[in-house]
Design a protein around this ligand. Structure first.
Ligand code: ATP
Ligand code: MG
Ligand code: MG
Ligand code: MG
Length: 468
């Protein structure tokens, strides 16, 4: 029988443990060492200071399965969810790390042995990319995998060059792709339709060998490091004989649970809604488990956007009452062994999902009615004023409105929306005469933001989602 998602995670960690790596727990999604980062979006985040040398650990090799969220910020896959078979907002990134210990040759060799021996993946379906001037990586792939030159694709774009920021450690990377078969559309990296479904990236190996000192000064790191990332859901799909993450054991269970809760069967036309719900339930639950609450600012706002996008899809499937808190039970069964925080926070998670969905369903009904009326008047572009009203009065995040318009080949005047948003924030600050003490004012605004999250009386007041 195929390995389950949970078993594949274990196989990965065991393999690197056997090869002298310390198994380290995933860090939180809310980074504790980086206020500029919204959420952990890769395995290396918790090791940033180890790579730069600021922090020392008692090991030089590590392996993790890291919780990641890519919704907002530099990596934003929110709009992909429901439309590509390989993207999630929340996913787990499997990784192995060398802190100044082994480098390119061993990294390639570990990866190759894992996927071809341990996982038994057919070598003839694999392709790799290297950064165009990285002859070393090119030659190691030839030697270790026995690849002919045409299987090692040289890429000159930033896709194959990783950097931590404008300065700091950086270096070339090498990505491993799997050919899921001719029946699917899509080309190899660097060719037409490279984002299709046929060739899917499974693993990224980053070779940190330089340090960027300033804009035009780069030096060699005395002890180069390795950082790798493989999507657990993607490798699970591959090992279960599909290119589609949503066809894995784990997602099938979640989608079945959505179907049971809503009493609606999955078909070709409605399937993306089921996928969005399953995905967004995972992201919402893991964020709530860490104490992030839906609000109008920052991390809480990203969470609210994810929740509302998901809840709109359950509404689309005909739901008149909250379902997310119900589907959460299935997630708990699936993942609480590995992530006990889900169990610890379960009452908070269920309560928040339930109340947020109850409130939003009411707003949605009203907002969608207004939107449909407006849509009769427009040809191609929905005026920014309408999108802003939906946001301000009915709690529709902009991307929710965009998602609704997507199927109708319409778009929003986003510039106007942004302008109105800015004006409204300024107005709110002006209206608040202030105490004359800017710290107290800031606290007041912060409290208002937080109250917006919990004390949200959408149907009894005119302003459902006050902007401050
Ligand atoms: P893609 O090009 O497919 O969007 P990426 O190059 O952005 O992937 P990396 O930043 O290299 O991804 O992350 C390392 C690995 O994490 C990827 O090779 C992939 O297996 C996985 N991964 C990245 N983004 C996602 C996502 N949104 N959902 C699921 N897995 C992902
Ligand atoms: Mg990406
Ligand atoms: Mg990529
Ligand atoms: Mg990549």
């Amino acid at each position: 029988a195929d390995k389950t998602l949970n078993q594949i995670r274990t196989t990965f960690l065991d393999y690197f443990e056997k090869n002298d790596h310390r198994v380290v727990e995933s860090s939180n999604l809310v980074p504790n060492n980086d206020p500029t980062l919204m959420f952990a979006n890769s395995g290396m985040v918790q090791f940033k200071n180890v790579f730069t040398g600021l922090e020392k650990r008692d090991y030089v090799r590590a392996t993790t399965s890291q919780k990641c969220v890519r919704a907002g910020g530099k990596h934003n896959d929110l709009e992909n969810v429901g439309y590509t078979p390989r993207h999630h907002t929340f996913f787990e990134m499997l990784g192995n790390f060398s802190f100044g210990d082994y480098f390119k040759e061993e990294a390639i060799s570990y990866a190759w042995n894992l996927i071809t021996k341990e996982f038994g993946i057919d070598k003839n379906r694999l392709y790799v990319t290297v950064y165009h001037d990285d002859e070393e990586a090119f030659n190691f792939w030839k030697k270790i995998a026995g690849f002919s030159d045409d299987r090692i694709i040289k890429v000159a774009t930033s896709d194959n060059f990783w950097s931590m920021g404008d300065t700091g450690p950086c270096g070339p990377c090498s990505e491993i792709f799997y050919d899921h078969g001719e029946h699917l559309e899509g080309g190899l990296p660097g060719t037409k339709n490279e984002d299709g479904n046929r060739f899917i990236e499974i693993w990224n190996l980053v070779f940190m060998q330089y340090e960027q000192i300033s804009k035009d000064k780069r030096i060699d790191l005395p002890k180069p490091s390795v950082d790798t990332g493989m999507g657990l859901e993607r490798i699970a799909a591959l090992l279960q004989g599909t290119h589609d993450n949503y066809e894995t054991d784990h997602f099938k269970k979640l989608i079945q649970s959505v179907s049971d809760s809503l009493n609606v069967k999955v078909n070709k036309t409605n399937q993306s809604s089921f996928r969005v719900i399953a995905d967004h339930l995972r992201a919402s639950s893991f964020l709530l488990a860490e104490g992030v609450l839906p609000s109008n600012e920052g991390r809480g706002y990203v969470l609210r956007r994810i929740m509302r996008r998901g809840m709109r899809h359950s509404h689309l499937l005909g739901s008149k009452k909250p379902v997310f808190y119900n589907i959460f039970k299935t997630l708990l069964e699936e993942m609480s062994n590995n992530y006990p925080e889900l169990e610890r926070a379960q009452s908070l998670i269920k309560e928040t999902l339930k109340t947020e969905e109850e409130k939003f369903l009411v707003l949605l009904d009203r907002g969608i009615k207004i939107l449909n009326e407006e849509l009769e008047k427009v040809e191609k572009i929905l005026p920014g004023e309408v999108a802003f009203k939906l946001y301000d009065t009915f709690g529709f995040p902009l991307d929710l409105t965009e998602d609704i318009l997507k199927n109708k080949s319409l778009r929003v005047d986003g510039e106007k929306f942004d302008l109105l948003m800015k004006e409204s924030k300024e107005l709110a600050k002006q209206n608040w005469k202030g105490s004359g003490d800017s710290t107290i004012d800031q606290i007041w605004f912060d409290i208002k933001d937080r109250l917006g999250a919990t004390d949200f009386l959408g149907y009894s007041t005119d302003k459902a989602e006050g902007v401050v």
